[in-house]
Design a protein around this ligand. Structure first.
Ligand code: COA
Length: 153
């Protein structure tokens, strides 16, 4: 079955480690070209008003951040925090929504990812809006869900 979700290729994912500032800036530029995921919004994802349910966008933010976090944390990851999500614009059925993800902090066991959400409106307007941004913190855990150190950079 065809999916409405597109993800980065493994080749894209292999090219980043999130260390030095210059590399970080370069990565951010690259990531604003290549979203972690891109989703075509479907009618099943709407709320009672007919626009896209905010919780759906939050779920995709979580997925996009995890795709990026896995670059430096290949083990089991859990989401421990999602910081201040403010929606600036609604998202509509038919919008092509890109979730750009950038690692902004690497801790001992945690990785923080900033996710920027951009909606390209359906139809011919070519309008694009930044819907929201969020920081999501993931922790790498063992089989008993205890935090474990990230691999060496
Ligand atoms: C993630 C979890 C294992 C962390 O446990 P903990 O006892 O807080 O562990 P620690 O205090 O050792 O913290 C581990 C890391 O998480 C970070 N962390 C913990 N709480 C945090 C918070 N609220 N915000 C940001 N980072 C946080 C710590 O700073 C630390 O990072 P570091 O090692 O890079 O410095 C535990 O909180 C948990 O299992 N939460 C549920 C996760 C989950 O199931 N998510 C999906 C929900 S549906």
């Amino acid at each position: 079955m065809m999916s409405n979700i597109e993800t980065k290729s493994p080749a894209d994912a292999a090219s980043s480690d999130g260390r030095a500032t210059d590399e970080g800036a370069e990565r951010a530029r690259r990531n604003l070209i290549n979203p972690a995921i891109r989703v075509l919004m479907m009618p099943k994802e709407t709320n009672a008003l007919g626009t896209i349910f905010g919780g759906i966008i939050l779920s995709y933010i979580d997925q996009a951040g995890a795709v990026e976090a896995h670059r430096i944390a290949p083990g089991r990851l859990v989401t421990v925090a999602m910081r201040e999500v403010e929606f600036h614009y609604p998202v509509f059925v038919g919008d092509l929504v890109s979730f750009y993800a950038e690692i902004v902090r690497r801790g001992r066991t945690s990785v923080t990812v900033r996710v920027t959400v951009e909606a390209a409106r359906a139809g011919t307007s070519k309008e694009k809006v930044i819907v929201t941004e969020a920081e999501v913190v993931y922790v790498q855990v063992d089989e008993k869900n205890r935090p474990i150190a990230l691999p060496d950079a």
